[in-house]
Design a protein around this ligand. Structure first.
Ligand SMILES: [Zn+2]
Length: 54
């Protein structure tokens, strides 16, 4: 599964300055450049389906 290419809003601080650092169990691991926290993004049909904090 490829890494996500869409812009994801950080669930912690709300910035869009996020980037994917990997994929595990169908979820993209996303890291925030601003607050440096990470969260998981689940994709379905090329769109963000669900975002979960750790
Ligand atoms: Zn953040």
């Amino acid at each position: 599964m490829p890494a996500i290419k869409v812009t994801v809003v950080c669930v912690h601080c709300g910035t869009t300055a996020t980037y994917s650092v990997g994929v595990s169990n169908g979820a993209s691991q996303v890291q925030c450049k601003k607050c440096h926290k990470s969260f998981k993004v689940y994709m379905r049909n090329g769109e963000v389906y669900e975002v979960k904090e750790h």
